[in-house]
Design a protein around this ligand. Structure first.
Ligand code: BG6
Length: 486
């Protein structure tokens, strides 16, 4: 830990990620007094603009409560104070001189303190990424102090390119200095998984193939690529969310209890779990691509002018994973994700086995534990209960921990706030380690190569639908049973 003043440099300060996530998260931390004392924030981008203009931009990034609301005035005052910490440097991403001048700005902000603490946040497109890392290492690195680098996906597009990127990065920074963001790891309900699993005796006992029939993790969005199609088309839904966000949730659901909460202990267990997963084959996956909505109002993926004509990039995927270890052998883990579906929802659904020796034939349905990651965070258990009344009937009910009821007064922090704070504290637990990334790419690379070669056709589905019927059929076939489905 450095004791010196902290500077946070945001590269790509005029871009989309900085606008939507980085600055609002930094302001959230500032408001709640989580930024270290004497923090200064330096935005860096190519766009030339003066400080008032940059401040106007930041202000437009931040959602403010109405002025007549009680907190309206307070938040505005806090924002004015926050803006005083926000500086701007414009420069190219590959010019030594520009980074020298950034370094001078940093030194001034640090008042030439001997042990400064520098955090570099790379809110940049992948093409700029290695250049900037090199410039930072050669022109803005402090030998006596702390240097931390936050990087965002995509971390390559397959095993080889990810290793290549890793080679470049590791020649510049140590693994200790690098924080790879997967923002799902900063989400409240994803962080809750470790506690649910390992701080409750009753889940531990039933958490295996003996009691669990299958696990289904769903990520649905109700909007399409909406103008981001050009970017998305290079990646597709598997690289965009499944290989990272969804696989992270799977790892935490599946891993063994870590030796401690220490970042390396937690990540060791995740890597071990990933190594037990059989790489996906074509037969394990169904792909889809959305077409115009049934009412004709929403455009199909290929109607987006930024998407290359005839693209076969999937916007929907469902895949089954097999974890070949003692705990999970024979339990399918089904991951389903898609854009332009009927609703927005991310949830983890653990379905238990039938009651052995059941004396209530035709009247029981399987228990399920559901963790709703978003929206409306909740944990609930579906269980059989007596239908109240004179008759001796069964009914399915929920033990329901809905956060908006149980924790009504608590504001759930944004994932980025939580992760930036972790980084400022030097805690790597919720960041992706190099070998973890490697293990994740190994699972997906063979099937991605087939998709890229055009060997796997996406099935069309209408914007706003549940996705292709083939996806539902696949899920039924590989092991998921709906309530009352038998
Ligand atoms: C990003 C993907 O990583 O995650 C986006 O690139 C996706 O396509 C987003 O929309 C989802 O994040 P959240 O926090 O809105 O669920």
């Amino acid at each position: 830990e450095a004791s010196g003043p902290t500077t946070i440099t945001v590269f790509g300060a005029s871009g989309d990620l900085a606008k939507k996530k980085t600055y609002p998260a930094l302001f959230g931390l500032y408001r709640n007094q989580f930024l270290p004392k004497d923090t200064q924030i330096i935005g860096y981008a190519r766009t030339k603009m003066d400080l008032p203009e940059f401040h106007t931009r930041i202000t437009s990034f931040i959602k403010l409560p109405d002025e007549d609301k009680p907190e309206g005035r307070e938040v505005r005052e806090q924002l004015q104070a926050f803006l005083k910490l926000c500086h701007y440097v414009s420069g190219q991403y590959d010019q030594d001189g520009d980074f020298d001048s950034l370094n001078r700005t940093l030194q001034q902000q640090e008042r030439f303190h001997e042990r400064p603490n520098r955090l570099f946040y790379m809110a940049l497109p992948p093409s700029q990424f290695v250049n900037v890392a090199k410039e930072v290492r050669h022109h803005c690195y402090v030998e006596h102090g702390v240097n931390r680098l936050i990087v965002e996906k995509p971390f390559g597009h397959d095993l080889e390119s990810s290793r290549e990127l890793q080679r470049e990065l590791s020649s510049l920074f140590t693994e200790e200095e690098v924080y790879r963001i997967d923002h799902y790891l900063g989400k409240e309900m994803v962080k809750n998984l470790l506690i649910l699993r390992f701080a409750n005796v009753f889940f531990g006992g039933i958490w295996s193939r003996q009691f669990i029939s299958n696990v289904q993790i769903t990520f649905k969005e109700a909007i399409g690529t909406e103008g981001r199609g050009g970017y998305f088309d290079e990646f597709g839904i598997i690289r965009d969310v499944m290989q990272n966000h969804m696989l992270q949730m799977l790892s935490i659901v599946g891993m063994e209890c870590p030796v401690s909460l220490d970042a390396e202990d937690v990540r060791d267990e995740k890597v071990k779990l990933l190594r037990f997963i059989r790489p996906l084959e074509a037969k394990d996956v169904v792909l889809g691509q959305y077409t115009r909505s049934e009412d004709g109002k929403q455009e199909g993926y290929l109607d987006d002018s930024t998407v290359p004509a005839g693209s076969k990039t999937p916007t929907y995927a469902v895949a089954v994973f097999h974890i070949n270890n003692e705990r999970w052998d024979g339990v399918p883990f089904i991951l389903k994700c898609g854009k332009a579906l009927d609703q927005q929802k991310t949830e983890i659904r653990i379905q238990f086995r039938d009651v052995p020796g059941n004396i209530f034939p035709h009247q029981t349905v399987r228990n399920e534990l559901v963790v709703r990651v978003q929206p409306k965070e909740a944990v609930y258990v579906k269980m059989m209960n007596k239908k109240p009344g004179l008759a001796f009937d069964t009914t399915i009910s929920e033990l329901d921990l809905s956060y908006h009821k149980r924790y009504a007064d608590v504001k759930i922090p944004d994932a980025y706030e939580s992760l930036i704070l972790d980084c400022l504290r030097g805690d790597h637990s919720n960041f992706v380690r190099d070998d973890e990334l490697d293990a994740a790419w190994k699972i997906f690379t063979p099937v991605l190569a087939k998709i890229d070669a055009g060997e796997m056709e996406p099935v069309p589905y209408a914007y706003g639908s549940r996705g292709p019927a083939e996806g539902d059929e696949f899920v039924r076939r590989v092991g998921y049973q709906h309530d009352g489905g038998y």
